[in-house]
Design a binder for this molecule. Sequence first.
Ligand code: SAM
Length: 276
Amino acid sequence: MTAFDHLPPLRESLAAHGLMANKGFGQHFLLDLNITRKIVKLADLSPDLTVIEVGPGPGGLTRALLETGARVIAVEKDERFRPLLNDLADAANGRLTLIFDDALKVDEKRLLNGVPAAVVSNLPYNVGTALLIKWLTGPFRPESLTLMFQREVVDRIVAGANDEAYGRLAVLAAATASARRVMDVPAQAFTPPPNVTSAVVRLVPTDAPLPTDLLDALQRVTAAAFGQRRKMLRSSLKAIGGESLCQAAGLSADRRAETIDLSGFLRLARALSDKT
Ligand code: SAM
């Protein structure tokens, strides 16, 4: 028995408020509480954490988060969900704060004011990667991020050197966090079902974040190297130092981006940052 059992099932709440998924907002809903509870379990939240959830939509994941006793700050761009989410906020007795805004614009650090936080979200596919990059590189330092993406995006986050999915996102994720795929979710679990399988990844940011200048240099090096991933570094990195940069990083300029692991990219970034 939970404080939310008196609320109607999510499907009924949607129907009662006349709500349909809007593809423009990347809306694919999880209406089965068994699945949202499983995601929350995998998030492994310690009790003192406030949870930031992007895109509560009808509130299935939000309900599962609130059931654990957590405080939740939910950021939703689609105003149509306001009345439905207000019902959930009433049942949550002050533990659910709703913000109707674009999550890309929200300043989480200011919002939290020093309170430790984690992110748990079934992300809108159209802005999921941009949000992840914001969280991995920005001033907000969550203790963990448990995020649902298309499976192909999770492949790109957890890939290692020489894997097919290895690229800028994998290097950035490895430089800033440890990442583990924790669950695959079939398309039929969503309403409406997307065209792809989804997966949940859990990331734990590193204790010591990289200095901003090194992170900037890493972004420049990986953009250049993977911008022409089939070319040798001497040519893909030409505009930012080519052979001399590789030499300073102790790497052969004959190598290609996809064979360089995180430590190689960090050496390239250091060499670039020292040069500029
Ligand atoms: N959490 C719900 C669930 O699991 O059923 C909905 C997930 S749905 C994949 C993504 C949600 O993100 C939608 O509610 C959508 O309106 C919202 N959304 C889309 N773009 C957004 C943005 N830029 N900022 C905040 N919310 C956004």
